[in-house]
Design a protein around this ligand. Structure first.
Ligand code: NAD
Length: 272
C-alpha cells in the first residue's frame, strides 16, 4: 500500500518549485492534495499534473498571510476529502537587498509572508487536525546561518526554525499527536532565484555577480545551477523533487518519532 493512502494534505505555494514537486510526490504516495497558491492558475496546473498521473487533487486560491482564509482552506479540504493530517507550509518569498538600503516595508512583507504565514498555518493545523498529523515548515540553510544581501530572509527563516521547535513541544505536551518539523534546503533550482533573490547580486563582488547573473531576454536573476555548483561540494544545485522526497518521508508513519527537528538538504553545502 502507498505510504499516504487516504491521507489529506494541504500544500501552500503549490504552484511552483518545491511546493509543486511536493504536492505531486504526496499524491503519488496516495494522499488527497489541496494545492493552494496566491497564483491560482499555477496551483491548477499542479492539479492537472497530479490528475494526469491518476492522483487526487484540487486547487484553491490562498494568500497565506490572510488570517481568515486559513479556516476556509482546512474546511474545504475536510469537505472535499477528509480531515487534513498533513500541512506543508511552503509558500515563501525572498526580498533580497543590502541592509543599509532596505525599507521597513520590505522587512515587514518578508516577515509576513515567510513567518506570519507559518504561525497562521500551524495554528490552524493545531485547531483543525483532530486526528493528529504532521506539519512541515519550509525554512532554509539561510535559517541556520547568515547570507549577505539576504538579511530579512535569514531572519524570517531563522524564526521558522525556532517556531517549529516550540510548536512541536507544545503539540506533544497538549497530546495533539501532531509532529512539527522544519526543512532547510540549500540551493534548489526553482524560479525563486529569478525573482526577488536577483537583488542579492547588488552587493556581491562584481566578478561573482557577473558569473551568477542571468540576462537572457525575459529571464534575469541568479542562475541557481551555477550557484549550486559553486556552493555544494556535490557540484550541483538540488532539484525540487529531492526536497519533495524528504518531505514525503517526514510526513509518513516511517518518521513517527522524528519531531521538532531541522532537516537540512543541501548537498553538504553547510557541512564544513
Ligand atoms: P518558488 O518561487 O518557485 O515558489 C513559491 C510559491 O509560493 C509560488 O508559487 C508563489 O506564487 C507562492 N507564494 C508566494 N507568496 C505567496 C503568498 N503570500 N501566498 C500564497 N502563495 C504565495 O519558490 P521555491 O524555491 O519553490 O520555494 C518554496 C519554499 O522553499 C520557500 O519558502 C522558500 O523560501 C524555500 N526555500 C527555497 C530554496 C531554493 O533554493 N529554491 C532554498 C531554501 C528554502
Amino acid at each position: 500500500m502507498k505510504s499516504l493512502q487516504g491521507c489529506t494534505a494541504i500544500v501552500t505555494g503549490a504552484g511552483s518549485g518545491i511546493g509543486r514537486a511536493t504536492a505531486i510526490a504526496l499524491a503519488n504516495e496516495g494522499a488527497n492534495v489541496l494545492t493552494t497558491d496566491m497564483d491560482e492558475a499555477s496551483a491548477k496546473e499542479t492539479v492537472s499534473a497530479i490528475h494526469a498521473a491518476d492522483g487526487r487533487a484540487q486547487s484553491a486560491p490562498q494568500n497565506v498571510v490572510d488570517e481568515e482564509r486559513w479556516d476556509d482552506i482546512f474546511s474545504l479540504a475536510a469537505d472535499v476529502y477528509s480531515t487534513p493530517s498533513i500541512l506543508i507550509n511552503n509558500a515563501g518569498i525572498a526580498i533580497a537587498g543590502a541592509i543599509r538600503d532596505y525599507s521597513l516595508d520590505d522587512w515587514k512583507k518578508q516577515m509576513s509572508v515567510n513567518l506570519d504565514s507559518v504561525f497562521l498555518g500551524t495554528r490552524a493545523g493545531m485547531r483543525h487536525m483532530n486526528d493528529g498529523g504532521s506539519i512541515i515548515n519550509l525554512s532554509s540553510v539561510a535559517g541556520l546561518r547568515g547570507a549577505s544581501g539576504a538579511s530579512a530572509y535569514c531572519a524570517s527563516k531563522g524564526g521558522v526554525r525556532l517556531f517549529t521547535k516550540a510548536a512541536a513541544i507544545e503539540c506533544a505536551q497538549l497530546g495533539l499527536n501532531i509532529r512539527v518539523n522544519s526543512v532547510h534546503p540549500g540551493i534548489i533550482d526553482t524560479p525563486i532565484w529569478q525573482t526577488d533573490l536577483a537583488r542579492m547580486t547588488e552587493i556581491m563582488p562584481e566578478e561573482q555577480s557577473k558569473a551568477l547573473s542571468i540576462h537572457d531576454g525575459s529571464n534575469s536573476g541568479i542562475d541557481a545551477s551555477i550557484l549550486g555548483a559553486m556552493s555544494s561540494p556535490m557540484g550541483r544545485a538540488g532539484k525540487p523533487e529531492e526536497v519533495a522526497d524528504l518531505i514525503t518521508f517526514l510526513v509518513s508513519d516511517k518518521a513517527s518519532y522524528i519531531n521538532g527537528q531541522e532537516h537540512v538538504i543541501d548537498g553538504a553545502m553547510t557541512s564544513n
